[in-house]
Write a protein that binds this ligand. Structure first.
Ligand SMILES: [Zn+2]
Length: 67
């Protein structure tokens, strides 16, 4: 199922089914890119652990594609 693939942490791959709390976030902030708010490619799913780790790094703008 597509949804199953979507609902897993993009960092560590833990799935919603395994009981991990997942957070949906926007790669590009919705406030600045409202047109991307519903764009699947602009969504990132993180488990709470990775989400906390990410906010500790305090940077949302250093997202980069690897090519
Ligand atoms: Zn994770």
């Amino acid at each position: 199922m597509l949804l199953k693939a979507i609902f897993s942490c993009r960092d560590c791959g833990v799935t919603y089914e395994s009981g991990a709390p997942l957070h949906v976030g926007h790669i590009k902030p919705r406030s600045r890119y409202p047109e991307l708010a519903l764009e699947l490619s602009n969504l990132q799913i993180l488990c709470s652990e990775c989400n906390i780790g990410k906010s500790n790094r305090s940077e949302t703008s250093n997202f980069s594609l690897s090519n």
